[in-house]
Design a protein around this ligand. Structure first.
Ligand code: NAD
Ligand code: MG
Length: 397
């Protein structure tokens, strides 16, 4: 029996993970579930999955959950806050940790899982973007396995030469020319740029192909998601940014490709459903069913490809610059983006000002070598403060 801790179980990735676990009850068991504030949903998940632990980041919410669990007579230990998250990431009965908390809040428990030598199923790209080298060093040093859940990185992983124990040593000796990182272009790929000034959070979150949490949905609309994924791929596959070409592919059927020096291009395809990379990463190096509908190429009929538009999507340019720069620059970009997206979702910042806030924050907070976790967390905090001040200045109401 493989025990899985699902960090962020009430979110989009968390719910899909529990769906896959429930399809294989003889092989997998959720040993811990965690959520930020959603007591109702975490309680429902506890009733169905009977984990050993349930964690609420919010202390008041943890008390509410505790009462419900007690009333229902469930034998589940309820924990609260960051210490609770870190504890369930390293439990002895946990073999795999699904890192599906959104944003920087996921960094510490995900890192703890790597340091405990677990198999880390990494959806929380922000954690890797922030801590890059430190995170990869922890994985290697403690013999953890890092399996990418992000559909593009999972596709790249599948198209790579035989990986060694979940580590990505393929690039140098694998005869690889470049990575082709695909992205749908989001909901605003063809919208008149003049109209983008007034788009609402609901319009930005209406992704054409994927159903996801609101933060990543906005990131897809600005294409910062692809920018974060570029940085994520650099770390996962130990490649410089110039070896990664972003390819806009509106149908989201090819999830990414690897081009080899002999001209071969390998692609991984499938329906846009996150249960595929989740099941792949849980079962790797074996395969197991995911419950996803079979891809019907006759229904798909055609696949299109376009060059990314850096003018329409300035976040792509910012992320590439940061990827080249290294150090704490990516943590600064990530923090400014989180703050700006939050303000956009609260309707206090315009859509086109998201990239402005990030660019201005990058200009104001100087990057340095990411020599320790403390330095990374300081850069994150400083960037949040500066980004907030720019938002106040640009505020729409
Ligand atoms: P979501 O908003 O649906 O869920 C986020 C989860 O994190 C929830 O369980 C929530 O309770 C928890 N959470 C939020 N803030 C927290 C905090 N401060 N402390 C502790 N827990 C907190 O998000 P999602 O779409 O499931 O995305 C999760 C992660 O996976 C993100 O990093 C995203 O970029 C990545 N990802 C998602 C998809 C997708 O299809 N949804 C695809 C690729 C990568
Ligand atoms: Mg992705």
């Amino acid at each position: 029996m493989t025990g899985i801790t699902v960090l962020g179980s009430t979110g989009s990735i968390g719910v899909n993970t529990l769906d896959v676990i429930a399809q294989h009850p003889e092989q997998y068991r959720a040993v811990a579930l965690t959520a930020n504030q959603n007591v109702e949903r975490l309680f429902e998940q506890c009733v169905v999955h009977r984990p050993d632990y349930a964690v609420m980041s919010d202390v008041a919410a943890a008390e509410q959950l505790q009462q419900k669990i007690q009333k229902a007579g469930l034998n589940i230990e309820v924990l609260a806050g960051a210490t609770g998250l870190e504890k369930v990431a390293v439990l002895p009965q946990c073999d795999q940790v699904m890192a599906a908390i959104v944003g920087a809040a996921g960094l510490l428990p995900t890192l703890a899982a790597a340091q405990a030598g677990k198999r880390v199923l990494l959806a929380n790209k922000e954690a890797l973007v922030m801590s890059g080298r430190l995170f990869m060093d922890a994985v290697h040093e403690h013999g953890a396995e890092l399996l990418p859940i992000d559909s593009e990185h999972n596709a790249i992983f599948q198209c790579m030469p035989e990986s060694k124990g979940g580590r990505f040593n393929g690039f140098e000796d694998g005869g690889i020319e470049q990575i082709l990182l695909t992205g749908s272009g989001g909901p605003f790929r063809t919208v008149d740029p003049a109209e983008l000034v007034n788009v609402t959070p609901d319009q930005a979150c209406a992704h054409p192909n994927w159903v996801m949490g609101r933060k990543i949905s906005v990131d897809s609309a600005t294409m910062m998601n692809k920018g974060l994924e570029l940085i994520e791929a650099c770390w996962l596959f130990a490649v410089p940014p110039e070896k990664i070409q972003i390819v806009v592919h509106p149908q989201s059927i090819i999830h990414s490709m690897v081009e080899y020096i002999d001209g071969s291009v390998l692609a991984q395809m499938g329906s846009p459903d996150m249960r595929i990379p989740i099941a792949h990463s849980m079962a790797w190096p074996q395969r197991m069913s995911s419950g996803v509908e079979r891809l019907n190429l006759f229904d798909v009929a055609r696949l299109d490809f376009e060059r990314p538009d850096d003018v329409r999507f300035p976040c792509l340019r910012l992320a590439r610059t940061v990827a080249e720069q290294g150090g704490t620059a990516a943590a600064i970009l990530n923090a400014a983006n989180e703050i700006a997206v939050e303000a956009f979702l609260d309707e206090t910042l315009g859509f086109m000002d998201i990239s402005r806030v990030i660019e201005e924050t990058l200009a104001d907070v100087s990057a340095q070598a990411a020599a320790s976790l403390e330095i990374v967390l300081q850069a994150d905090a400083a960037a949040r403060e500066v980004a907030q001040s720019h938002i106040v200045r640009l505020k729409i109401k």
